[in-house]
Design a protein. Structure first.
Length: 148
């Protein structure tokens, strides 16, 4: 396959559709915590606001300035995060990381849709952007735990 064909495969219609339909883009008025992450290689950034009660995310917002792959990952996270525990989010993040870095399996529900990002495992320079929303979210959660 040529490099151009590989890129077309990488930026599939499903990825572009996810990127175009980003949920939870309105910032929260009074978040429990906010965190911002930046991928140094590409300059992508994700800022998240969240509300968390008793270890469960009760509200979430994201400002995503990333490539379509980073946007797709953030869109999937944004669709499922409310109602999840900190442990479930960490498990999803770790499974995504393993899928990209060590040919791990597709993350389990509620993150199974991350399967769409499997072709990106061969593009290491895109991994940081794909991980941004999860990492920023866990940073925000850590902030809430540090002040509790």
């Amino acid at each position: 396959m040529s490099a151009e064909t590989d890129l077309i495969k990488l930026y599939s219609g499903r990825i572009l559709a996810l990127a175009a339909d980003m949920p939870r883009t309105e910032r929260l008025a009074a978040p429990t915590a906010t965190a911002k992450r930046r991928a140094p290689l590409c300059g992508s950034t994700v800022t998240v606001d969240l509300k968390i009660e008793d270890g469960i995310v009760t509200d979430y917002a994201q400002d995503v300035k990333a490539c379509a792959l980073g946007q797709a990952s953030a869109a999937i996270l944004g669709k499922v995060i409310v109602g999840l525990s900190v442990a479930e989010i960490q498990t999803g993040r770790d499974a995504l990381h393993a899928m990209l870095k060590s040919d791990g399996p597709v993350p389990a529900a509620p993150f199974a849709e991350l399967e769409v990002l499997q072709p990106a495992k061969d593009y290491k320079n895109r991994h940081a952007s794909i991980m941004l929303a999860f990492d920023a979210t866990l940073d925000a959660i850590s902030e809430t735990q540090a002040t509790a």
